[in-house]
Design a binder for this molecule. Structure first.
Ligand code: FES
Length: 106
């Protein structure tokens, strides 16, 4: 099982503004939704765009390249042209710090 990694301070994340962060050697996307933070792979399954450059729309992240949308909580596809979902990582907020764990190979 992988370790939790400190990826950001909560007070540096603006609400509804996606950013990229490092999770070990991976790029991930972070988004603060009120006092919750979601963390997804920063890679659109349609053609590899960085979704952290996209916009948050109605609980989804919209890919900046062709407009696919992914649910921020489940990673599932909500609008084409993507058909495969994006992995969502577990997030833990501790004393104002955002910790993420890569659970893909647990
Ligand atoms: S690369 Fe994301 S929709 Fe095409």
């Amino acid at each position: 099982m992988s370790d939790w990694v400190l990826v950001a301070r909560l007070d540096t994340l603006e609400v509804n503004t996606p950013v990229s962060a490092d999770l070990d050697d991976e790029r991930i996307m972070l988004a603060r939704i009120d006092d919750q933070v979601v963390a997804l792979e920063d890679l659109c399954t349609h053609d590899g765009a960085e979704i952290s450059s996209g916009c948050i729309v109605d609980g989804t992240i919209e890919c900046p390249r062709h407009g696919a949308r992914f649910c921020l909580k489940s990673g599932e596809v909500m609008a084409p042209p993507a058909y495969e979902g994006i992995h969502v990582f577990p997030v833990d907020i501790r004393n104002g710090e955002v910790w993420v764990r890569d659970d893909r190979w647990d």
